[in-house]
Design a protein around this ligand. Structure first.
Ligand code: GDP
Ligand code: MG
Length: 163
């Protein structure tokens, strides 16, 4: 069975940007399938010689009657339940926000295998946020820029032992 990685984190940290980078054009195949949930997008990721299934918690950005917090929790718990490991993204430029702490708590409680990644980490403006992220207690963060494709080697090194 294929290894499944869930990309989780609050809205706007860059989950979909990373998902698209990992999945590339193969996303189109996923989107064309009928009945594919809009809340959790699934795709076949490639990172170097690694092949795995990746889940993007995409429904978080959609406005519903439910509170964002409640929706985040439900979607994240669903994604965690489907995944062998979670890639927990924070925005290194924003630093650790209260909403990030909510996710960290969910991941700790679900005792999922968690890799912490600090995204938007291109340039020195991200340095403080990267350092701050150690306080989440989720280990050493993988410093990446999903938009610019930086840190993919470090992400590979973090994932390779698991996949
Ligand atoms: P999501 O809500 O977590 O899925 O976040 P998105 O992937 O939609 O990205 C939110 C915003 O952050 C978009 O404007 C992206 O272009 C931007 N973004 C994503 N990755 C990076 C990055 O590595 N660096 C910077 N500077 N911006 C990024
Ligand atoms: Mg998204």
């Amino acid at each position: 069975m294929s290894f499944t990685l869930a990309i989780v984190g609050r809205p706007n940290v860059g989950k979909s940007t990373l998902f698209n980078r990992l999945v590339g054009k193969r996303l189109a195949l996923v989107d064309d399938q009928p009945g594919v949930t809009r809340d959790l997008r699934e795709g076949e990721a490639r990172l170097g010689d690694l092949r795995f299934t990746v889940i993007d918690t995409a429904g978080l950005e959609e406005a519903t009657d439910e509170s964002l917090q409640g929706r985040m929790r439900k979607l994240t718990e669903r994604a965690v339940g489907m995944a062998d490991a979670c890639l927990f993204l924070i925005d290194a430029r924003a630093g650790v926000l209260p909403a990030d702490e909510v996710f960290a708590d969910i991941l700790r409680r679900k005792s999922a295998r968690v890799i912490l990644a600090t995204n938007k980490a291109e340039g020195a403006a991200a340095d403080a946020g990267v350092l701050e992220s150690y306080a989440l207690g989720l280990g050493e963060p993988v410093r990446i820029s999903a938009e610019h494709g930086e840190g993919m080697g470090d992400l590979y090194a973090a994932l390779a032992p698991l996949v």
